[in-house]
Design a protein around this ligand. Structure first.
Ligand code: ATP
Length: 977
């Protein structure tokens, strides 16, 4: 324990702020451990307080504000971002854009300025559009970052407070606990087995032990100094306190960060695939252009200029401009939607992995269950008790065989309730308003023990005063227990120092030698052990959570059993043995109501759920059954101990069936995740503690708990659940699947207009010119210039189709643009569009006498009937696209089932598309530029029918597919994934 001598007890004064500001300035100037850091590490803790002019009660809020005023916020300035101008210009310098610039130049040189302008305009529109999409995507991700603020626990104004890490100032006393990220450079002033992972600083993954003692040794690098902790590192074990010395860019991390912060997010596989796809298509388009050029020259014997314009049209038609940024935006929007459903995704990449997740490994407590515990039963060797009341309000009684009991009535009960209460760190806050709820600060498992003690008439404050805590051996998932040591006024078993141990019953029973029965301490015989475990199993089989309480009277056994008496020797090995068993507290933690539905959804979606919990097997299996994770009797419950004995092959064999992992140490999650990945699964895994970090990193999707998770787990994870709820993982998977299918819909749509744009030219070429060119290059550009873009954007925002969770997970190796999509785009939708376009063309010819011929070249003086015919080809494509955009909205479901008019963006796009085409045909100055002519009423009647026909044909196809699928599904069930 620390001495309190010579330390100012008040917060620092205004004058001292100056001293501290200058100290901070000096420390910031320090290189390595030289300078003031070097002075501070040599000081005793008391001197450190003096040096930083801060009392044991921390800074006052006023003083902290004054220091912040002088020194600024504790922020690592973000690195140089790509300037918006560079970002904007980069949209005009990639391969496709350069190709279009060159094409425009050639058009100008060849004496066709309006064509040159149109090509450039296509390029500019696409560039601006891409920039805008990228900008919105980056804004969406920036906004998300702000939803993940870092916090620090400090002592200010004499009280523990949670503040934003950016508000830390030199002199703040930070409270450090396992899993916390350290947000400033600081001098340790107390340490309880404090160990810090400094890999961010020195790449060393073995944790460094930190102590409060002065360090005089020479030749140490900053990270090697045991009494200094640094920003950017994290507490891997133990806890402690440290006084902040340096903040923000003055910290060691700040110095490194300025070197590394320009690292960019890696591109996701999807983005890479699209990038590759765009390049391939560009090359393909250019090749097509060259082929059409050659055909023009050698087969149709057109002049060079005409052949050039012709092939240029092909190139532009095929290049999928704006694809990549639109996809990025779709991903960013999905991420935003996920955040509204309580899942914060840290990187766009994760959205795809979410979409193909095939197994979710989830813990139980708090994720599947509510983490709202109520003690329902108490067990001692002499009696069992029922506890009435639900929740954290201390309203209820303890009864046994119809008789009410208070703690004072029964010595064993009293000790059980006292031990449970004392051995915990949770706090309960009474509601401020009448009818409000009690609020839990800390672990709910511990909070409910306070309530049960209160129901037995124990006053926590009075008990704390009577049995003050002198030492804590914190709870660890690995040990599955926790111990606190107390100094007693009234001796227990003749001792004035007693350790209370609470934890998993089998662990505590193993460490116990004796047991309390009606106030007597007797030997814990095998028979009594069996009775305890029987009771435990009965409760656990009902899905209840059981904790055991035991104690160790230290004074009397210390010498006889060789326990060292010095406080520093109070280690788990020394203290948690030779225990006297007291009893069991049995708590109810009901499943979250929404989880059963989410589990059912996963079943339909072919996603398996593997429960990996620290809790007892029977409790875990009972809960797993109750919420539908496990069906039927075929279940293996594998304990952490059993897993440790298993070979990888045996583990994989277990993983093929229904399995629940119980009493697992967090480290063992990694093994399960690895085995599943080796089996070809895409794995999402949940975690909250420091030891979960490796599994979170290894998984395809690491999911950290936002409420109960440590900073370390959150940092290692790809996704953070703001409500710790399993159902939110499923919601995120649904969004992940939806975005992928939306991108496919979008691709299908923009590709499908390529065929109708190419077919007219092919007809012209293959007929050797007998069918005059039905669609001119300028008209092709019209489609690319505007009519196609807006409806496509609407597709990116379609909400998840009802059926996305009725299909098995996507094969991660499956290409976005597979044969099915290509076939559908070119051969099905594309041919429908081509037929509509060509029908329009021939209709005009039919009505006006075949064939309408272009007159002098394609530039000027065109035959009005020919122009009208080509305008109809153009309009035919545009109207077919209206039907297609509707068709693309669903893969298999009827569009009526999602609401014909439910996507406003698409409707707006359609209206825009029609208005544009009418405008281009009616407005004389544009008629000359785009080679359009006004259309007659018969033409419009024909055009108006196209979307309906295209839509009806596809609806019939979808209906047939659905029928076939339903037939398949009613056939013997396929093996579940
Ligand atoms: P899950 O792994 O599903 O979150 P869990 O809370 O049971 O469930 P751990 O936190 O690893 O998992 O705890 C393991 C076991 O340790 C618990 O089942 C319980 O028996 C015991 N335990 C949990 N919390 C405490 C605590 N605060 N003090 C003492 N023992 C505890």
């Amino acid at each position: 324990m620390e001495s309190r001598t010579g330390v100012p007890s008040q917060g620092a004064t205004g004058a001292s702020a100056k001293a501290n500001a200058s100290l901070a300035a000096r420390t910031s100037a320090a290189k390595g451990a030289a300078g003031p850091l070097d002075e501070i590490r040599r000081m005793t803790t008391d001197l450190v307080f003096g040096q930083l002019n801060v009392g044991r009660g921390g800074l006052t809020s006023k003083e902290a504000a004054a220091r912040q005023q002088k020194l600024g916020k504790n922020l690592i300035q973000s690195g140089k971002k790509k300037s918006p101008i560079v970002a904007f210009l980069s949209n005009f310098t990639h391969l496709m854009a350069v190709l279009l610039w060159v094409a425009g130049i050639i058009a100008f040189v060849a004496g066709m300025p309006e064509l040159g302008c149109a090509v450039w305009l296509v390029n500019v529109i696409n560039g601006v559009f891409s920039f805008w999409q990228e900008f919105r995507a980056s804004q969406a991700t920036e906004a998300l970052k702000k939803m993940l603020p870092a916090y620090a626990n400090v002592i200010r104004d004499g009280q523990e407070q949670k503040i934003l890490a950016e508000d830390l100032v030199p002199g703040d006393i930070m409270l450090l606990a396992e899993g916390d990220k350290i947000s400033a450079d600081a001098r340790v002033i107390s340490s309880s087995d404090l160990q810090v992972n400094q890999s961010t600083l020195n790449g060393e993954s073995t944790p460094s032990r930190k102590t409060a003692d002065a360090v005089l040794e020479e030749g140490l690098s900053p990270a090697e100094i045991p009494n200094l902790v640094f920003a950017g590192t994290s507490v891997s074990e133990g806890n402690g306190r440290a006084i902040v010395l340096r903040i923000g860019m003055d910290t060691e991390f700040g110095k490194i960060a300025s070197l590394t912060q320009n690292m960019e997010d890696a591109e996701s596989p999807l983005q890479r695939e699209l990038d590759r796809l765009t390049k391939q298509v560009t090359i393909f388009a250019t090749a097509m252009g060259l082929a059409f050029f050659a055909l023009n020259i050698f087969v149709v014997h057109n002049p060079f200029a005409e052949a050039f314009i012709f092939s240029l049209g092909m190139v532009v038609a095929f290049i999928p401009e704006g694809l990549l940024p639109t996809v990025t935006l779709s991903l960013a929007m999905a991420v935003q939607r996920m955040s509204k459903r309580n899942a914060l995704v840290k990187k766009l990449n994760s959205v795809e992995a979410l979409g193909s997740t095939s197994v979710i490994c989830t813990d139980k407590t708090g994720t599947l269950t509510q983490n709202e515990m109520t003690v329902k039963h108490l067990w001692t060797a002499a009696r069992t008790y029922e506890v009435t009341g639900v929740g954290y309000a201390p309203e209820g009684f303890i009864e046994s065989e119809g008789k009410r009991y208070r703690a004072v009535d029964d010595v064993d009960l009293e000790l059980l309730l006292e031990g449970g209460l004392l051995c915990g760190n949770a706090r309960l806050h009474a509601p401020e308003e009448e009818g409000g709820r009690y609020e839990v600060m800390g672990d709910p498992t511990e909070a409910c023990l306070i309530v049960s003690a209160q129901k037995g008439g124990i006053d926590p404050a009075e008990l704390d005063g009577r049995m003050p805590r002198v030492k804590e051996l914190p709870f660890e998932s690995r040990r599955k227990r926790m111990t606190t040591v107390h100094a007693l006024e009234d001796p227990l078993d003749g001792a004035r120092t007693v350790a209370f141990v609470k934890g998993a019953p089998n662990e505590v029973v193993k460490l116990s030698e004796r047991i309390r029965v009606n106030g007597e301490v007797v030997e814990l015989t095998d028979e009594l052990r069996a009775r305890i475990m029987d009771a435990n199993d009965r409760y656990a089989a009902d899905g209840l959570r059981v904790l055991a309480v035991a104690y160790r009277a230290i004074d009397d056994t210390a010498h006889s059993e060789g326990v060292p008496v010095a406080m520093s020797d109070y280690t788990p090995e020394n203290i948690e043995c030779h225990l006297v068993f007291v009893g069991l507290e049995v708590m109810l933690d009901p499943p979250r109501p929404e989880v059963a539905d989410a589990v059912a959804k996963c079943r339909r979606a072919g996603i398996r759920i593997v429960m990996i919990t620290g809790d007892y097997g029977l409790t875990a299996a009972s809960i797993a059954r109750r919420i539908g994770i496990v069906e039927g009797d075929d279940l293996s419950v594998v304990s952490g101990f059993e897993l440790a004995q298993m070979s990888d092959d045996e583990l994989k064999e277990k993983l093929r069936g229904q399995v629940v992992f119980a009493r697992m140490a967090p480290e063992q999650k990694l093994r399960v995740v690895t085995a599943l990945q080796e089996m070809g699964e895409i794995v999402a895994v949940t975690g909250d503690g420091v030891n979960d970090a490796p599994a979170l990193k290894k998984a395809d999707i690491g999911v950290a708990m936002g409420i109960t998770g440590t900073d370390v787990a959150k940092e290692a994870a790809d996704m953070i659940l703001t409500d710790d709820n399993f159902a939110s993982i499923v919601a995120a998977i649904e969004e992940g699947r939806a975005v992928y299918s939306n991108i496919r819909k979008f691709l299908l749509y923009i590709l499908n207009s390529n065929a109708p744009e190419a077919v007219p030219s092919a007809v012209y070429l293959l007929s050797g010119g007998a069918v005059p060119l039905p669609l001119t290059t300028m008209q092709i550009l019209t489609i690319d210039l505007g009519t196609d873009l807006l409806p496509a954007l609407g597709l990116g925002t379609e909400p998840p189709e009802g059926t996305v969770m009725d299909q098995p997970p996507r094969d991660p190796n499956e290409r976005l643009l597979n044969k099915r999509v290509l076939g559908k785009a070119f051969l099905w939708y594309g041919m429908m569009g081509s037929a509509a376009a060509m029908a329009g063309y021939f209709l005009v010819n039919l009505l006006n006498g075949w064939p309408a011929l272009p007159l002098a070249g394609l530039g000027n003086d065109l035959d009005p009937v020919y122009v009208q015919a080509t305008t109809m080809t153009l309009a035919g494509i545009v109207f077919a696209q209206i039907g297609q955009v509707m068709n693309c909205r669903t893969e298999r479901a009827s569009v009526f089932s999602i609401g014909l008019f439910s996507n406003r963006k698409i409707l707006f796009g359609i209206v825009f598309e029609i208005a544009l085409i009418v405008f281009l045909t009616m407005f004389p100055p544009l008629q000359g530029v785009f080679h359009t002519a006004p259309l007659g009423w018969q033409d419009y009647v024909f055009l108006a029918c196209i979307p309906f026909v295209v839509f009806a044909i596809e609806e019939v196809r979808k209906l047939v597919v659905r029928r076939m699928h339903a037939h398949d599904a009613s056939a013997p069930a396929k093996a579940a994934r």
